[in-house]
Design a protein around this ligand. Structure first.
Ligand code: NAP
Length: 297
């Protein structure tokens, strides 16, 4: 495994940053991003994507980049589709040419939220907004091009870096005496580090002499979230529980917090397939939250 060349796109994102640490033992890691991490790549520029991949010739491409501004995507639809739809198709084409493995991340927002039990990978998709639709376009492009790929669908991502619900609640808890938080959207908060460690666990199996996996046969979509479910209000309460001077947190319905993009009301994903296929047991979201809050970075 140590000879594998791993190209990590977007080491500055929540997931990318954790991946950068987690996959180091698995090979030679080259991180590329918009801020000239090691080499420059801009997913809005097909030439930059192709030239980086053709120069590096990676065995594994980890695409942690995405257009993730759910509400802004309603206004910047073209940009969202270029980064989330077109760029992954170029990555898949280049990956196919090199016979490399493309690992790509997708979202629970490909669903409309009308299920009453956890979504499986084969449940019908029906995104409610531009972000979800653009991510779905990326999934479809990768699948159509074929080759070796893993599309890992995750949800409600948070961590101690970047822009996410946990950091927003921590900031607001210091600024305000009262917070109103949506209580009728249900999902599974997922620590970015869990996504990265699960990814590394899968990659480590590629060259395992004891339990080798055939990635060509296993290419496909896999859900990857923390286990269990909650709503944003309960999640906020669990985050704030650590503070001595806690603000009053009030549950509100989605209708009282209008946003440009519609969200799925229920987007719990079933982790059964990834657990059965790769032997990954995902921890419960509340356990992960405690671990994250106790971690230093
Ligand atoms: N966040 C969530 O709640 C959530 C939920 C479900 C699924 N996901 C999926 O999980 C994956 C990782 O998300 P995340 O939360 O880690 O995202 P994130 O923190 O918003 O990071 C996005 C990354 O993409 C990079 N990027 C954006 N546009 C780019 C471009 N044109 N060229 C090159 N790089 C570009 C950013 O680079 P800069 O630092 O230069 O901006 C940043 O490193 C994504 O596929 C996302 O769709 C996320």
């Amino acid at each position: 495994m140590s000879s594998k060349k791993i190209l990590l796109i977007a080491p500055t994102g929540q997931v990318g940053w954790e991946l950068h640490r987690c996959v180091q033992p698995l090979g030679q890691v080259l991180a590329v991003g918009r801020n000239k991490a090691q080499a420059f790549i801009d997913l809005t520029d097909p030439d930059s994507i192709r030239s980086v991949i053709r120069e590096i010739k990676p065995d594994i491409i980890l695409n942690a980049a995405a257009y993730t501004k759910v509400d802004q995507a309603e206004k910047e639809s073209e940009l969202a589709y270029i980064i989330n739809g077109t760029a992954p198709s170029i990555l898949a084409e280049e990956s196919l040419r090199l016979k490399s493995l493309l690992v790509h991340y997708s979202t629970d927002y490909v669903f409309d939220g009308n299920n009453d039990k956890p979504y499986t990978e084969t449940d019908p998709v029906n995104p409610m907004g531009v972000y979800g639709a653009s991510k779905l376009a990326g999934e479809k492009a990768i699948i159509a091009i074929g080759g070796k790929y893993l599309i890992l669908r995750t949800a409600w991502v948070y961590g101690l870096r970047g822009s996410n619900f946990l950091l927003t609640m921590q900031r607001l808890a210091k600024e305000r005496k009262e917070l109103k938080v949506v209580a009728d959207q249900i999902g599974s908060p997922t620590w970015s580090r869990i996504i990265a460690t699960a990814t590394a666990h899968i990659l480590a199996q590629l060259n395992s002499s004891l339990y080798p996996i055939n990635i060509e046969q296993l290419s496909g979509i896999y859900n990857l979230t923390c286990n269990g479910q909650t709503n944003w209000y309960e999640f906020a309460k669990s985050i704030i529980a650590q503070y001595n001077n806690q603000p009053n947190i009030l549950p509100i319905p989605t209708a009282d917090y209008p946003a440009p993009a519609k969200r799925p009301m229920y987007s719990v994903l079933s982790n059964e397939k990834i657990t059965k296929t790769f032997g990954i047991e995902l921890p419960d979201w509340d356990k992960c939250l405690k671990l994250c809050l106790a971690s230093s970075n």
